[in-house]
Design a protein around this ligand. Structure first.
Ligand SMILES: [Zn+2]
Length: 298
């Protein structure tokens, strides 16, 4: 395969310090750089300078690329934004709930107390009962838990608690964008693998990956080219539990998309955000594991 030919299809990005400073995951540090000759990704002194040799293949004079590409960084910025908004909106909604409870109880309500009341109401409503029984049970439970005198007041508190949503739309946005980012990084990796290991030119490699339907087909192609399963390769990365969390996240995203609008919880979004923040080093590791052209030469 001609690396020169393959390279023409790839995107190059110039490194601008103001862009790097705005990058959400590299505060004060450069993003990884990729050598366009051997596909090595890493940080090395003067890595953005074409005159400094690549530590893997020794090539000089080539414009180095930022890894991953601009679209990946855009997705990272988007999901960082939604993650922050999710936290802000959740805390606003929690404050509104606590204020509402305090008003009805006629006294201050601690955050811990509000959480216990919420958990109890959700627990009662999570069991299928005869119509109306949940409401009666929840009102009785609230009367006891929050020391409320009248049944009518306890029922008002139950309504208030049921109207409170722990998640906001931005939690789902973080999960969906993280899945999109990981799938995009995997597809880019497979294209590069098909190019460097399977001797396909860029257009054919892109077409091969584009024609894959399910995630399982991507796993099969990964194994066919690298002779190691995607799960085993990811498990060799320093990021802890990345593979199992990714699999769980994909399932939850699919449940959400296919008719379960409450499938995504606050903790799902937190797991997703952690995956997103680790995605660049993990995929840099995978690329160095599977794509270095020096490996095939040796
Ligand atoms: Zn190189």
């Amino acid at each position: 395969m001609s690396h020169g030919k393959f390279r023409k299809g790839g995107k190059t990005m110039s490194l601008r310090s103001d862009e790097l400073a705005r990058s959400p995951f590299t505060p004060g540090a450069l993003p990884p750089i990729m050598c366009p000759v051997c596909s090595f990704v890493g940080h090395w002194e003067g890595s953005d300078c074409p005159d400094v040799p690549c530590p893997n293949c020794g090539a000089t004079g080539e414009i180095r690329q930022v890894f991953p590409d601009g679209s990946a960084y855009k997705l990272l910025k988007m999901l960082t934004y939604f993650h922050k908004v999710a936290i802000d909106r959740t805390s606003e909604s929690e404050n509104r709930l606590i204020a509402g409870l305090a008003e009805r109880l006629g006294r201050a309500c601690a955050k811990k107390e509000a959480h216990r009341a919420l958990e109890e109401v959700h627990r009662i409503y999570s069991v299928r009962r005869r119509r109306g029984q949940e409401y009666d049970r929840a009102a009785a439970a609230m009367q006891k838990l929050l020391s409320i005198d009248s049944d009518a007041e306890a029922r008002e508190v139950v309504v208030l608690l049921l109207a409170h949503h722990e998640t906001v739309e931005e939690h789902a946005a973080v999960v969906i964008l993280t899945c999109t980012l990981l799938e995009k990084l995997l597809d880019d990796l497979l294209v590069l693998m098909a190019g460097t290991r399977d001797a396909q030119d860029y257009r054919t490699a892109r077409q091969t990956v584009k024609s894959l339907g399910r995630f399982d087909d991507r796993k099969k192609l990964f194994k066919k080219i690298s002779r190691i399963s995607l799960a085993a390769a990811v498990e060799r990365c320093p990021a802890e539990r990345f593979w199992s969390t990714w699999c769980g996240l994909r399932k939850t995203r699919n449940h959400f998309v296919h008719g379960q609008p409450f499938a995504i919880s606050v903790s799902t979004a937190e797991h997703a955000f952690r995956l997103a923040t680790n995605s660049v080093p993990v995929f840099a590791f995978l690329q160095n594991l599977t794509c270095l052209s020096k490996q095939t030469d040796g």
